[in-house]
Design a protein around this ligand. Structure first.
Ligand SMILES: Cc1cc2nc3c(=O)[nH]c(=O)nc-3n(C[C@H](O)[C@H](O)[C@H](O)COP(=O)(O)OP(=O)(O)OC[C@H]3O[C@@H](n4cnc5c(N)ncnc54)[C@H](O)[C@@H]3O)c2cc1C
Length: 415
């Protein structure tokens, strides 16, 4: 194979993943990011002795792409109690535990006990298969959104609805369940079999571990790219960097200046608000999901119950995830009620707003179309979560696919 040079634009998970795979194959790679730090959407800030992730990001320890690219043990993961705590309009908690890893097949079926089997036995059987990862089609063919699937299952008030709603809220940031069922079910399957975790000192550990295989001199941080061509990129400083290929991992809304023919993608904005309290609170290490209609909160977590290092000793650190239109003040009362304490006992530490954090795919067709647009030209490839789905694992996957495309190309040319 000829010697090839690749520039990767963006040092988020997609860019780091692409660069890491290229490096492993002895490709000369330069990673450029306009920020002074790596990680893109994944970063952690230390304030007043708390670790604050800029956007609460739990990780599943069995994310396939994550396991492919690093040894997940290097992340020092701390585990959530497995399940969800549903909060009703009276603020009472109903804990729904998921069977533990290693439990028998029949224990997974516990989840399905909530189904009205008399009406939906066939569907239930297929759901079981899908949850176990042995069939990924079946259900997906007929429904555009997870909501439609749930309505079809006639489980509106049941815990199974709660399960998917909680999963779509907490992991896919989609309380309306607009995600295609394929994506929800794939995540549900990973969730049931794996373990939800956070790195003990913050989510920034994840990009750091991926980047640790790439020499420092391969990074150009604090460098904004303003145009891209088949042969080179140009930085805001007018400096040019030549390449044989480039992988662009910049989110579409950041790209208009580069004149790329991007498909229109609807973005959903989210905020994570952090509160601290020294008061005794009434929950454990499960994700709490309000399931009543007028709730402004998508989910809450007591982070120090999961990793003690997230907060100074004797203080609880609570993360509250909402849609971006709700500020900390608007959710203070509801958050206090969830934890059974007074509003005055919750100190607001900081909030992070990601206005276009999560791409929303309304149908599988949309995803297929965007995915086909992965190449802009023979020399310019795309990667990024928006091509496959809004998950850090899919961001890593998109980087690997772009790197593999280049390696195949170069290999074929060498023939
Ligand atoms: C609030 C929130 C919570 C989430 N929670 C979860 C979760 O619990 N589990 C999960 O799996 N996923 C979660 N996600 C999704 C996950 O964070 C993303 O899928 C993933 O981080 C996207 O990585 P990326 O590399 O595609 O994009 P990004 O991280 O956005 O990387 C793009 C990079 O390009 C750089 N860039 C942009 N423009 C330029 C330019 N002109 N020149 C140079 N560089 C440029 C940016 O600085 C950035 O570093 C969440 C997302 C959000 C917003």
């Amino acid at each position: 194979m000829h010697h090839i040079r690749v520039t990767v634009i963006g040092a988020g998970l997609a860019g780091l993943s692409a660069a890491s795979y290229l490096r492993r194959n002895n490709v000369e790679v330069t990673i450029i990011d306009k920020n002074p730090r790596i990680g893109g959407m994944l970063s952690t800030e230390s304030i007043k002795g708390f670790f604050l992730d800029r956007g609460f990001h739990p990780v599943l320890d069995n994310f396939p792409e994550l396991n492919r690219i690093i040894n997940v043990r290097s992340l020092h993961l701390r585990e959530f109690a497995k399940g969800f705590s549903f909060i009703d309009s009276e603020f009472s908690h109903d804990d729904f535990s998921i069977p533990q890893r290693g439990d028998s097949f029949s224990q997974y079926l516990k989840i399905l006990k909530m189904l009205p089997f008399d009406k939906t036995t066939g569907l239930a059987r297929r759901t079981t298969k899908t949850l176990l990862g042995s069939a990924r089609d079946g259900l997906n063919a007929n429904f555009t959104t997870t909501k439609e699937l749930l309505e079809q299952l006639v489980v509106r008030e049941s815990k199974l609805h709660g399960f998917f709603r909680a999963l779509n809220s907490a992991l896919l940031l989609d309380p309306e369940c607009a995600t295609p069922p394929a994506e929800s079910i794939a995540t549900a399957s990973l969730f049931v079999r794996g373990q939800l975790c956070i790195p003990d000192t913050g989510i920034a550990e994840l990009p750091s571990q991926i980047a640790s295989s790439i020499p420092l001199e391969n990074f150009r941080l604090d460098s904004e790219v303003v145009s891209v061509s088949d042969s080179h990129i140009t930085l805001a400083t007018r400096e040019t960097i030549e390449h044989d290929y480039t992988i662009v991992t910049v989110a579409p809304l950041d790209l208009p200046a580069l004149n790329f023919p991007f498909p229109e993608i609807r973005y959903l904005g989210y905020s994570t608000h952090y509160f601290a309290t020294e008061s005794a609170i009434t929950t454990g290490a499960m994700i709490q999901v309000p399931i009543f209609d007028h709730s402004k909160i998508i989910s809450t977590v007591v982070l120090d119950e999961v990793s003690a290092l997230y907060a100074p000793r004797g203080v609880h650190l609570i993360s509250v995830t909402t849609k971006s239109e709700h500020d900390a003040k608007a959710v203070l009362g509801e958050a206090a009620s969830i934890f059974g304490i007074q509003q005055k006992d919750l100190d607001h530490i900081n909030s992070y707003q990601l206005n276009y954090g999560v791409p929303s795919f309304t149908s599988r067709t949309m995803r297929a179309e965007t995915y086909n647009g992965q190449r802009i030209s023979n020399k310019i490839l795309l990667a990024g979560d928006y091509l496959l789905g809004s998950s850090l694992d899919l961001a890593i996957k998109s980087g690997r696919l772009a790197a593999q495309n280049i390696l195949m190309d170069a290999f074929n040319r060498a023939d």
